[in-house]
Ligand binder design. Structure first.
Ligand SMILES: [Zn+2]
Length: 147
């Protein structure tokens, strides 16, 4: 590996970047997206309430939509040049510049539509089948199912 390449390898302080401020939790590197966003859905009124939806609205949404898209939450794969691997993270957008990233809890994979689970084959679970019939709350257009 050349000198220039190794200097570019882990860029922690890119200034005035319009890139999203998402860093590797192990190395502090800027992470490059390696996948599209797999938006998260929920069938749980409780999960909606935890995100500030009133109880009445949460119950109504689940009753009418079955699976409700969570605003600003998704699973996305990122390439870290230090890890030399793609890691999958649960991303929550706090505002336009701030994101919370965390490990993807196992149950979250089942809440993401169209995901190819990195540890398994692309099975279509009961949740996804119901999701396919549900109305598209939130107006996603680029929705595809992996069958
Ligand atoms: Zn890393």
């Amino acid at each position: 590996m050349g000198k220039l390449e190794s200097e570019k390898r882990c860029n922690r302080n890119r200034k005035r970047s319009k890139r999203r401020q998402i860093y590797c939790p192990d190395h502090g590197c800027y992470l490059d997206s390696a996948s599209r966003k797999y938006w998260l859905y929920t069938e749980s009124p409780e999960q909606l309430r935890q995100r500030g939806v009133s109880r009445r609205v949460a119950l109504m949404l689940i009753a009418t939509e079955t699976a409700v898209k969570l605003d600003n939450e998704w699973i996305e794969g990122f390439w870290c040049p230090e890890c030399e691997a793609v890691s999958w993270y649960h991303i929550q957008m706090i505002d336009q510049r701030e994101y919370r990233i965390s490990a993807v809890a196992r149950e979250l994979w089942e809440q993401a539509a169209g995901v190819i689970h990195p540890e398994g084959n692309p099975s279509v679970g009961a949740f996804t089948r119901r999701q396919a019939r549900a109305n598209n709350y939130g107006g996603i257009k680029d929705f595809r199912f992996v069958v």
